[in-house]
Design a protein around this ligand. Structure first.
Ligand code: SAH
Ligand code: SF4
Ligand code: F3S
Length: 445
């Protein structure tokens, strides 16, 4: 029996798909890379914006047509959308076979077995047996690919913040942090099997272990963790996603520059540059804090790359508020930004706020920021022209099999011609051309 897993959404979902794949493999399923050969398809879906849900529902409807021709073919919904819409999904799509929320992913095998028997399991957070994957200290469910050089490691799951626009606290629940030893053991095994780059994942990574593990010498549990990981033999690169501006304190800032394997890239979601909007969003920091963090980081490492997430058109966002965001954008000069048009999520406080912003205004603000981003990212990328960068090689370019791509420590995607043997290695590349989104170079060793 073969199962195909299709992933939508963020890196947490990608990692969860890996875990589900490995759990199923243990139970005797084969994981297949294409939909056509699969006896079962799992859609691991995201709910963060309406568009993400619509995309998955569209795909689901397409798969249901296949079910009409082959009644043994199984389709399941997992991930944040499973949790958000719950059993309502069975009402909307009666032929759907199973639903598994993100806190129940270790039960994916059970869900499919029940579905084969004709039942319709829905394993959600409120089911009797909640198995939080972060409490699971065993390793760690991996199917490492040949030549894979980087891996995600989930250090915490869930979120205790209550940002007024966000569905994630509902879908992933309260924050749980894994024990430090379990994380270190997992990373040690990854390094022994040839992984060179680790990306730590959590809804708010820098809140890792807060209140559960003590501060030591003024260092937060997260900083203690990254310092310990940094000492592990075999590690070349360490990254993390996503930190929150609150709690991005000097102990963390000092790691940049102090720890050579900690990559000079920070993804720092700011959401807005207007203090008034930040307050409405229930983001507990102000624009001054964002400026302070970014300035301190650039004082330590002038070329450090800084990316962000921003929402335009949050309810009540005025032209003046948007202007504040534009000014902050100018002041920081982000290397990269993911700009989202506000999407109303039912059940969140912002969904019922007055002054919802018209779609046309969201669109306009989105375009203005994208235009600005084009300039700042090109300007930042030009700083690397003619430099030699170590590139961790990932894969062949889709367009040209003679071209490979990989990432620099600053997380700049870099293309260059080289033989396939270079995949998985760190090579030196001279950067000869840059665009807003990538580098092009020549391998020099
Ligand atoms: N935990 C992370 C964000 C996770 S969600 C943090 O707090 O930084 C990823 C991004 O989706 C967010 O940073 C936000 O920019 C965006 N997002 C979340 N809810 C949204 C909504 N309702 N509409 C538009 N974008 C949203
Ligand atoms: Fe959502 Fe806010 Fe938590 Fe991030 S910090 S996951 S935006 S509630
Ligand atoms: Fe989406 Fe859930 Fe990630 S809502 S962004 S898949 S945490």
């Amino acid at each position: 029996m073969q199962v195909h897993i299709k992933t939508y959404g963020c890196q947490m979902n990608e990692r969860d798909s890996e875990i589900m794949g490995a759990v199923l493999k243990e139970k005797g399923w084969q994981i297949c890379g294409n939909e056509e050969d699969a006896d079962a398809i799992i859609l691991n879906c995201c709910s963060v914006r309406d568009q993400a849900e619509l995309k998955a529902i569209g795909k689901l409807q397409q798969l249901i047509k296949r079910k009409n021709e082959d009644e043994n073919f199984l389709v399941g919904i997992c991930g944040c959308m499973a949790e958000n819409l719950g059993k309502e999904l069975f009402r909307r799509i009666p032929k759907l076979n199973f639903i598994v929320g993100p806190r129940q992913i270790y039960r994916i095998g059970e869900a499919i077995s029940l579905a084969i028997k004709g039942e319709k399991p829905a394993f959600l957070a409120d089911a009797d047996d909640v198995t939080c994957n972060c409490k699971n200290n065993k390793l760690h469910h991996r199917n490492l690919q040949e030549l894979q050089s980087s891996a995600y490691v989930t250090i915490s799951n869930g979120c205790n913040m209550r940002c007024s626009y966000c569905i994630v606290p509902k879908t992933r629940g309260r924050e749980t942090s894994r024990p430090m030893e379990a994380i270190l053991d997992e990373i040690q095994l990854l390094l022994e099997s040839g992984i060179r780059e680790i990306t730590l994942l959590g809804q708010i990574v820098n809140f890792y272990g807060m209140g559960r593990f003590p501060m030591i010498n003024g260092e937060s549990p997260f900083v203690q963790l990254i310092r310990k990981i940094h000492n592990l033999k075999g590690l070349d690169r360490l990254r993390f996603l996503s930190p929150h501006p609150s709690g991005f304190r000097d102990d963390l800032i000092c790691c940049f520059g102090d720890l050579p394997k900690l990559c000079p890239h920070v993804h720092l979601p700011i959401q807005s540059g207007s203090n008034r909007v930040l307050q409405l969003m229930r983001r507990p920091y102000q624009r001054e804090k964002i400026l302070e963090i970014t300035q301190k980081l650039r004082q330590r490492i002038p070329l450090i790359s800084i990316s962000t997430d921003l929402i335009v058109g949050f309810p009540g966002e005025t032209d003046d508020d948007f202007h504040e965001t534009l000014c902050l954008f100018d002041e920081i000069s982000f290397d990269m930004a993911y700009i989202f048009k506000y999407s109303r999520r039912s059940g969140t406080p912002a969904a019922t706020m007055d002054n919802q912003v018209a779609q046309s205004i969201c669109e306009e603000r989105n375009q203005v920021l994208l235009e600005k981003l084009k300039h700042t990212s090109l300007e930042r990328n030009r700083l690397f022209l003619n430099s030699i960068q170590p590139v961790l090689v990932e894969q062949h370019s889709k367009r040209d099999p003679n071209v490979l791509f990989g990432y620099t420590p600053h997380r700049k995607k870099t293309f260059f011609s080289a033989p396939s043997e270079m995949i998985g290695k760190i090579v030196s590349v001279r950067i000869q051309d840059v665009s807003t989104g990538c580098f092009i170079g020549t391998i020099i060793g």
